[in-house]
Design a protein around this ligand. Structure first.
Ligand SMILES: CC(C)(COP(=O)(O)OP(=O)(O)OC[C@H]1O[C@@H](n2cnc3c(N)ncnc32)[C@H](O)[C@@H]1OP(=O)(O)O)[C@@H](O)C(=O)NCCC(=O)NCCS
Length: 199
């Protein structure tokens, strides 16, 4: 998995396209502008000192499949707020979101030198699992503050200290990739057999 900067028009357009989907922006907070997050806005955020944005790739190639980010990067208190979204649906629920979150925290603590990263998850969002697996600690609940389709949801608040961070270890994506390769290998073998028997 690689983490790439949002520094090319193609990547900015791709990432903006992911965020403007309701399935993503409904769980995020762009001040009500989620569906209007443009490549230009992402470019401005990517260049600002208070944000740190990266797209992540699969293990297979360098195509971006999701975005992870830190908002409110504060170099005095060494804190920031984490969020992310998966882009390419075919890679969903295969462990990439968890892997990206956990490895991104390593970058936040080791490379950026942050001490504490916080995040929140609107109640009902299945991505809660990712935050828990990445080791975030539940610190409270902000009630009735997140609106989806006009209905208020609580936000569950979490934080993670540099001293607590341990990169998440899980071989699910390797197993999935292995299984896919097996299927492709068997398919190729069957194809080979089919082709041979048809002559
Ligand atoms: C959060 C998100 C990036 C997860 O990406 P992902 O690559 O599917 O993540 P993982 O494969 O690591 O998923 C971890 C677990 O959460 C579950 N999950 C995550 N998002 C889910 C969704 N939208 N629907 C159902 N289950 C979901 C997965 O099934 C998986 O559980 P499992 O391992 O028990 O099967 C993606 O769902 C997304 O873009 N959601 C919308 C934006 C969002 O909610 N961001 C989080 C706010 S910080």
């Amino acid at each position: 998995m690689k983490f790439l900067p949002l520094d090319a028009p193609g990547i900015l357009e791709l990432a903006a396209g992911w965020i403007e989907k309701k399935e993503n922006y409904q769980w995020l907070d762009f001040g009500g502008a989620g569906h209007r997050v443009t490549p230009m806005l992402l470019k401005i955020l990517a260049q600002s000192k208070t944000h740190f944005l990266r797209v992540y790739t699969s293990e297979r190639d360098d195509n971006p499949i999701g975005i992870v980010a830190l908002n409110g990067v504060d170099r005095t208190s060494n804190t920031a707020t984490f969020w992310g979204a998966a882009g390419d649906k075919s890679f969903r629920s295969r462990g990439y979101g968890t892997l990206a979150a956990s490895r991104f925290m390593t970058i936040a603590f080791r490379d950026l030198g942050l001490y504490s990263v916080n995040t929140w998850v609107a109640e009902g969002n299945p991505s809660l699992k990712i935050i828990e697996r990445a080791g975030f600690c539940f610190i409270g609940r902000q009630r009735q503050c997140h609106y989806i389709d006009g209905r208020p949801h609580d936000r569950l608040l979490f934080d993670l200290l540099a001293s607590e961070h341990k990169e998440y270890e899980d071989d699910r994506w390797h197993r999935i990739e292995d299984r896919r390769n097996d299927v492709h290998r068997k398919g190729a073998m069957n194809f080979g057999r089919g082709a041979a028997s048809s002559h």
